[in-house]
Design a binder for this molecule. Structure first.
Ligand SMILES: C[S@@+](CC[C@H](N)C(=O)[O-])C[C@H]1O[C@@H](n2cnc3c(N)ncnc32)[C@H](O)[C@@H]1O
Length: 216
């Protein structure tokens, strides 16, 4: 038994180690590990991809994006790592950088210090990222689609620092067995530059009717 998330929120608060409840508490939806048999397979033009052997019901948590937590500026000049997930919860919550603003039903307690810090994040971009280049789980093989069947949800369970939120992928729809799992990587076009400062482009092969034709 687990709760489902019918639509993306800016942040989801779950119970954590400091709550009095135990591991069976219903408000630990995304902490229960993998529920569905996920399979990594090879595609014609996108490299590896992920699908589920089971039906995944809409709103179910599918997997967490796991890797090494790093400061984003450590990786600024590193190229060729396709497995970096910027923890951009603050940007998403505030509709910054082309992101769609999400439903907000809670406010995150914040001190003046936190406000100053978060204003700074708005200007500089995500401060932390999850690097699944060397260590990760199945989430690192999930591809982008312009019409995805998963959505990215920031989850806080053991602290209230959105810079370090956990990143969990939820089903946006009922997903039939063997359908490729995808989420929107959320790049703003022309936002990615190479070490030479030139704008980098990556064609999108998601194949959906409304494909934007480029990931970035
Ligand atoms: C996080 S990895 C996803 C797994 C990857 N396909 C692999 O083989 O390891 C992200 C990389 O996959 C490729 N990719 C993901 N979605 C794509 C898409 N819609 N069109 C083209 N390439 C895609 C791009 O090379 C991207 O940098």
């Amino acid at each position: 038994m687990f709760l489902r998330l019918v639509e993306p929120r800016d942040v989801v608060f779950e119970c954590g180690p400091r709550c009095g409840c135990g591991p069976s508490c219903l408000n630990r939806t995304s902490q229960r590990g993998l529920k569905y048999q996920l399979e990594v397979y090879r595609t014609k033009d996108k490299g590896w991809a992920v699908r589920s052997r089971d039906l995944i019901p809409s709103g179910a948590p599918v997997c967490e994006y796991i890797g090494i937590l790093r400061k984003s500026d450590e990786l600024d000049n590193v190229s060729g790592n396709d497995y970096i997930f910027d923890i951009d919860c603050w940007q998403t919550m505030n509709g910054i950088g082309g992101r769609e603003r999400r439903l907000r039903d809670v406010s995150i307690p914040s001190s003046n210090h936190a406000k100053e810090r978060n204003d700074h994040i708005s200007e500089t971009g995500p401060e932390f990222c999850i690097d699944a280049g060397l260590y990760g789980n199945v989430a690192r093989f999930i591809n982008h689609s312009c019409e995805p069947n998963l959505f990215v949800q920031c989850v806080l369970s053991s602290h209230h620092d959105v810079r370090l939120a956990r990143v969990v992928l939820f089903a946006a729809d009922n997903i039939l067995p063997m359908q490729e799992l995808t989420y929107d990587y959320g790049y703003e076009l022309d936002s990615v530059t190479g070490p030479d400062g030139k704008i980098k482009e990556l064609p999108c092969y998601c194949g959906t009717a409304d494909c934007r034709k480029r990931l970035y």
